[in-house]
Design a binder for this molecule. Structure first.
Ligand SMILES: C[S@@+](CC[C@H](N)C(=O)[O-])C[C@H]1O[C@@H](n2cnc3c(N)ncnc32)[C@H](O)[C@@H]1O
Length: 390
């Protein structure tokens, strides 16, 4: 790993775990230093170092060993491999398949990073069938968002970076992912080593870090993804406002989150006037008032689960699309567009050999899959776009 001047970088006074890990981010930071995002380098480096202290996670030492085991494998030269970023299964393949022994070693290394929540990935013949068919979510948004060529993308709560790879595959200039869950950052580092992606990185940061970062480095992103994060935040409007401050004026927010609205079908691709009605609180209220008795439960405007929601502990609020629209406008966005609603199915989120814990099928009422095991409406997700106002 060489610094820009060709000299090996030797951070002084750092413990071996954070030193080894920090070095993995240096090539990206070096490329960033020479770009319009140069002001991000120092604050990103400083925060990353803080988050990689061994005291922050008991498994960090093991993960470093796993990554080093990966580095030691006799894998094909990246120059003789082709990477795939624009297909559902993101990955890399060489002309010559791996020998059975090396393939078994690679599988073992990747299994040490279980559970794989986001995917799929196809890595030298090993297919990581992750818990989520993240490619389905990408397919819902890919044609709806502003075309990515030339755009700088920030993906907040990006998991292992699946969507970042897809964004690069769709022509994005840069993708900066942040996620506070260190296991997912380690998965990204393994993927990055195998696939290679100089203009994508996943940093171990959270949305709370954004105000400082964007104040120091500027509001420079053209597209900002927040997918599957909003309902985990205690103050959703604050989350949205923090994202706004990182977008350039007119930049695009791509928001995907749980809502209480019930599509009549498994999924609806929104077209006016249905979508306009869903985003309009008065129209929604009138529709509720017109509702006949016996037509099923009326959607509450915001569900605040008293305990867990689909076994998740940290789900704070699930709004209707109309309430969500109000939150987005209050946070400083305009030109809202509802792209669609989709009911999460047990085919999209499920246990697999790469995610062996319980999954959605275990979190739904066995007698009524339209309800969670706690009796709440089962997950429905809305995908919305909005522009930063001003
Ligand atoms: C349900 S997953 C969604 C992952 C991915 N964005 C997707 O749509 O598939 C939520 C992600 O948000 C991350 N997360 C949790 N709290 C966060 C925070 N405060 N800031 C940013 N990300 C957060 C979690 O680690 C997790 O990877």
């Amino acid at each position: 790993m060489a610094a820009s001047g060709g000299q090996p970088r030797r951070p002084e006074g750092l413990g071996s775990v954070e030193r080894v890990l920090l070095q993995r981010f240096e090539p990206f930071l070096d490329v960033l230093r020479a770009s319009a995002l140069a002001d991000w380098v120092n604050p990103l480096r400083q925060l990353t170092l803080e988050r990689l202290q061994p005291a922050r996670h008991g498994d960090l030492g093991d993960w470093v060993e796993t990554l080093e085991r990966l580095s030691a494998l006799c894998l094909p030269d990246p120059c003789d491999s082709s990477r795939v970023l624009d297909q559902p299964c993101v990955g890399v393949a060489a002309e010559q398949p791996l020998s059975p022994a090396v393939s078994a070693q690679l599988r073992q290394v990747l299994e040490q990073l279980h559970p794989w929540r986001k995917g799929p990935f196809c890595l030298h013949g090993i297919a990581i069938d992750a818990e989520w068919r993240s490619d389905w979510k990408w397919a819902r948004l890919a044609d709806a968002i502003a075309p990515l060529p030339g755009r700088r993308v920030l993906d907040v709560g990006c998991g292992n970076g699946y969507y970042g790879f897809r964004a690069l595959g769709a022509g994005a200039d840069w993708v900066l992912g942040i996620d506070p869950t260190l296991r997912f950052v380690m998965q990204f580092l393994a993927l990055e080593q195998l696939i290679g992606a100089e203009r994508l990185a996943v940093f171990p940061l959270a949305d709370d870090d954004l105000p400082g970062l964007c104040a120091a480095a500027g509001s420079q992103f053209d597209t900002l993804f927040s997918m599957g994060v909003l309902y985990h935040r205690r103050d959703p409007i604050q989350h949205l406002a923090r994202l706004r401050d990182c977008l350039r004026p007119g930049g695009e927010l791509v928001l995907e989150t749980l809502v209480v609205d019930r599509p009549s079908d498994e999924s609806i691709v929104c077209e006016p006037p249905e979508c306009e009605r869903l985003l309009d609180k008065d129209a929604e209220k009138q529709a509720l008032e017109r509702r006949q008795p016996g037509c099923g439960p009326a959607p509450a405007e915001t569900l605040i689960p008293a305990g867990r929601y689909a076994r998740m502990r940290n789900v704070h609020a699930i709004p209707s699309v109309a309430v969500l629209g109000d939150w987005i406008r209050a946070a400083g966005y305009r030109d809202l567009q509802l792209v669609g609603l989709s009911r999460t199915s047990i085919e999209e989120q499920r246990a697999t050999p790469w995610m062996r814990f319980q999954s959605l099928a275990d979190f739904l009422d066995p007698n009524d899959p339209s309800l969670t095991i706690e009796g709440h409406p089962a997950p429905v997700r809305a995908l919305l776009l909005a522009q930063r106002a001003g």
